[in-house]
Design a protein around this ligand. Sequence first.
Ligand code: CP
Ligand code: NVA
Length: 299
Amino acid sequence: MKDFISIADIDRTKMLQLFELAKRLKATRGPRSELTGKTVALIFHKPSLRTRVSFEVGVAELGGHAMYITDAEIKMGQRESIHDIGKVMSRYVHGIMIRTFAHSNATGLAAAADVPVINGLTDLTHPCQVMGDILTCIERGKDADGMVVAFIGDGNNVANSWVNAAGNLGFELRIGGPSGHEPDAGLLEAARAKGASVTVMHDPVKAVSGADVVYTDVWTSMGQEGDAEEREARFRPFQVNDELLSHARPDAIVLHCLPAHRNDEITDAVMDGPQSAVFDEAENRLHVQKAIMVDLIGG
Ligand code: CP
Ligand code: NVA
């Protein structure tokens, strides 16, 4: 594979290899040389804490140089076409990470670039996030082929990447959110065609019952701020709180991609409680992305 745009583009074997490599890199964290002499451009059209810092740190730890670029510099598609940007950047850098709005910006860049392109979040998917999430589940003793994952809230980019992952691994995925906010229908169909066990429901208690992993994300994703008030009313019954969590297995872990809007989609008590693995999850972004970069750019 040249790029990492979607979990649906890689197979089960590649996914498991990346988790193994990430675990090794985490266990032996320290300076390395896979990216020595190489530059990775990080293009951001949306804000970020985790993605920016973990990619910059990850590139540095692998011996490379990271370059942060916002749309103020390149004005993708306005000042210059995505095609030309991909071609030009490939003459300078050895890899590109992009966080953007339209998914077609990422796929278009990948198609044009001669160097690997990594998706650091689009409106459609957030594959690096879900790779780090599943690594966290495995670390916490969950069986990636047997666990039950309840995704509570918006069927957004993160939920869509969970759907893609369900097409490669055996876990059961239940999406519980308000009607009208289901994951992408095409991705659901494609994952089910690969044998994924995914159920979309609108009852959070039913979704969480007996789950090993309870996941949530913000009710209003980046770019949707205009709908925030309406969303807040619709999503309120889907808050992950102690009452809802009591329906999951007693040893269930709670994940949130972060940033969290505390006491909206997740309460302080759950986020800071004994079942929360959210900060391990955030850390694992670093390790899994290092594995992805070693695999794609390190050769
Ligand atoms: N989870 C995540 O991608 O965080 P940032 O938006 O801060 O990068
Ligand atoms: N769904 C959220 C994820 C943030 C990491 C968003 O797109 O804003």
